[in-house]
Write a protein of this length. Structure first.
Length: 363
């Protein structure tokens, strides 16, 4: 076999080529989206149809993500894995030859021209396998929390967030900056950041900001890469297969005060979940999603209502073919504009939860 430049080979493959290879390997498409193709789990099951559809392909990067296996693949490593399952020769060379045969690409078109000296490895960061399936989020020394008094926020207690819940989530008080501290953990309970709810004059530059100490240390983190409450509620999410997704940390705290250890709530720090965090939840076995949405449409124009509805549907469609999606919204007219079902008392939450839209994607 000629020396193949596998980088050139992979770059040459079109989306149709990928589909040909997957079809030849006996892995059918379950559902296709513009930015993602969902396949049946052919990286774990000899008969791909025997399993669920949890093998995802991302056309923009040509990377496959096996949620059941808990690993990512390029087309060559996936072909090796599949050939091994089928009890066929599955060496690296075997996989490359298989791809050439299926696509009709001539080896002369992708021969290795040189043996370059690699001096820049920065682009390989995204391929690092992280221990325990964690993320590449930076972590902080958790002992900092021992230096911050665990003082519950009385205003939150008045709103229905119990002292017990605040203690569990390690809510504290940083008196020097007049702020309530909100530690943020990843799924392995590593400290990845600390948010602070500033009060009084300190809130002029924003009520919620990363905690900054006098020595200049800022406990910042990418809010789009972590789910607040996952560390505390992960067991119940895995046990039930259900996750409740809200926008803010306070919603998670409030739901824990309502439901105790039965809460499955996480917060997005905003209104967009994204594929990375969705996949993180799928790996936990989530098959039922409850979206808790803010009441952004009441009293607004028809255009505002349409935008609000489109935003909800966009979030729901992220789970299309993967999970049932329910939506808790102000279907009973109980809330003010910008409120959500968790902002009121337990009775209001219970009413709005029972009146939720069930399985919105098939409704």
């Amino acid at each position: 076999m000629a020396k193949i430049n596998t980088k050139a080979l992979k770059a040459r493959l079109t989306i149709d080529d990928h589909k040909k290879i997957m079809k030849s390997l006996g892995i059918p498409i379950y559902m296709e989206h513009p930015n993602e193709i969902v396949y049946f789990t052919g990286d774990k099951n000899v008969n791909a149809l025997d399993g669920s559809a949890k093998l995802l392909f991302y056309p923009d990067t040509s990377i496959y993500l096996g949620l059941t296996a808990g690993r990512s693949y390029d087309i060559i490593s996936l072909t090796q894995t599949r050939l091994s399952l089928l009890k066929q020769p599955c060496s690296f060379v075997d996989a490359v030859n298989y791809i050439l045969d299926v696509t009709g690409i001539e080896s002369s078109q992708v021969q290795r021209v040189a043996n370059p000296n690699i001096t820049d490895w920065s682009g390989l960061e995204k391929f690092i396998t992280v221990r325990n399936g964690g993320s590449l989020l930076p972590t902080y020394d958790i002992s900092i929390l021992d230096a911050i008094p665990n003082v519950p926020c009385q205003e939150w207690v008045n709103e229905g967030i119990s002292e017990e819940t605040q203690a569990l989530f390690r809510i504290g008080w940083y008196g020097r900056e007049w702020g309530t501290t909100i530690p943020v953990f990843n799924e392995n309970y590593d400290l990845v950041g600390i948010r602070c709810r500033y009060w009084g004059e300190n809130a002029i530059n924003g009520k919620y900001r990363p905690l900054q100490l006098l020595d200049g240390t800022i406990y910042k983190f990418p809010t789009n890469a972590v789910l607040y409450g996952l560390a505390q509620n992960q067991y119940e999410i895995e046990r039930t297969g259900t996750v409740m997704i809200a926008e803010s940390e306070k919603a998670v705290l409030k739901l824990h005060s309502f439901l105790g250890s039965q809460s499955t709530a996480v917060a997005m720090f905003g209104s967009q979940l994204g594929l990375q965090r969705r996949n993180q939840l799928l790996k936990l076995g989530v098959n039922h999603v409850v979206l808790i949405v803010d009441n952004d449409a009441t009293g607004g124009t028809d255009t505002e209502f349409e935008q609000w509805n489109n935003k909800i549907m966009k979030q729901a469609e992220l789970w299309s073919g993967l999970a049932q999606v329910d939506v808790v919204w102000d279907s009973l007219g109980l809330l003010e504009r910008k409120e959500n079902a968790v902002d009121r008392d337990f009775q209001a939450w219970q009413k709005l939860y029972e009146a939720r839209t069930i399985d919105i994607l098939n409704n």
